[in-house]
Design a protein around this ligand. Structure first.
Ligand SMILES: [Zn+2]
Length: 300
């Protein structure tokens, strides 16, 4: 599937698309900075960013195993989509019991709702800084802030890109079945289970981000100590995440990842005879690489 295919899909199957609005003042409130190669990993940022914790941050040390000095803002300052719910929607509903979920630092706008202009993955820069600071602390100081920034970016992009994988799979079913599956079945299941440990899509999304870090971070040159510290820091973060998200570590091994992906995606199809079987059907499909932009608050 290529970008042009989305235009053709829209012409041929307009009923599977709908137009969702971005928040009012979207372009006035946020500056979008495109990132050319979203899956690239740099051990060192070329220009170390100015880092400041968001004002009004609070400690989150309810868990005795959590480092006491990781700090997250009580409310995530992300674009507010109101009551709209779709997988990947920015999560602004803090404060969280332990740590904010990945969707409070980054978000995905699906092409079913935001084609042709705004669909893609966004990472909120201020929140990425907060996340990187936490990861550096969870690593016991092995990762520098800039290294943690790149680990955080890769993990968050991987998480949000999984929401795109699920959407692309729904699209494949729509092409063959010719009725809305993403906006109906997929979203209905997501709404029903969101906020519980039944929300496997969020667990798989974080597992996907974790697997990206495992396979790509600190490979050139190879540094297994840094990579191990990055994965340990993500372990620590994931275990503190809200229900659903916190189950990611169950699915990071190949067999579990594909098996659960199959279960999640099959559950949304209409009849058993329509269900796909086998991992090739799930992940052998060539996907678009969703575009990535850093969203920077103009208020800051
Ligand atoms: Zn998510």
């Amino acid at each position: 599937m290529a970008i042009d295919d989305l235009d053709i899909l829209r012409q041929e199957l307009p009923e599977v698309f709908s137009n969702h609005a971005v928040p009012p003042d979207w372009e006035e409130d946020w500056l979008m900075i495109p990132i050319d190669d979203p899956e690239a990993f740099q051990s060192e940022a070329e220009n170390p960013p100015d880092f400041e914790l968001a004002p009004g941050g609070v400690g989150m040390a309810q868990d005795p195993g959590a480092p006491s000095d990781a700090v997250f803002s009580p409310e995530s300052q992300v674009p507010d989509f109101g009551d709209t719910v779709f997988p990947g929607v920015p999560s602004a509903k803090g404060p969280w019991t332990e740590v904010p979920p990945p969707d409070a630092f980054a978000f995905y706008l699906p092409f079913h709702y935001f084609h042709p202009t705004w669909w893609g993955v966004y990472i909120v820069l201020e929140r990425l800084h907060e996340f990187a600071d936490a990861l550096a602390k969870y690593s016991g100081g092995v990762l520098t802030f800039n290294e943690a920034l790149n680990v955080g970016k890769m993990f968050l992009y991987g998480h949000e890109a999984f929401h795109h994988i699920a959407e692309a799979f729904a699209t494949r079913l729509e092409v063959t079945h010719r009725f809305p599956i993403y906006s109906d079945g997929f979203e209905r299941v997501y709404r029903r289970v969101y906020g519980t440990d039944e929300c496997i899509e969020e667990a798989l999304a974080s597992a996907h981000g974790y697997r990206k870090v495992k396979t790509r971070a600190f490979r050139r040159p190879n540094d297994s100590r840094k990579r191990g510290a990055a994965l340990s820091a993500l372990d620590c973060y994931i275990k503190l995440c809200p229900p659903g998200y916190r189950r990611a570590l169950e699915f990071v091994a190949d067999s579990h990842f594909y098996m659960q992906g199959l279960r999640l995606l099959n559950r949304t199809t209409m009849k058993p005879s329509h269900q796909f079987r086998g991992r090739d059907h799930l992940f052998g499909y060539r996907l678009l690489t969703p575009s990535l932009a850093l969203a920077v608050s103009r208020a800051g």
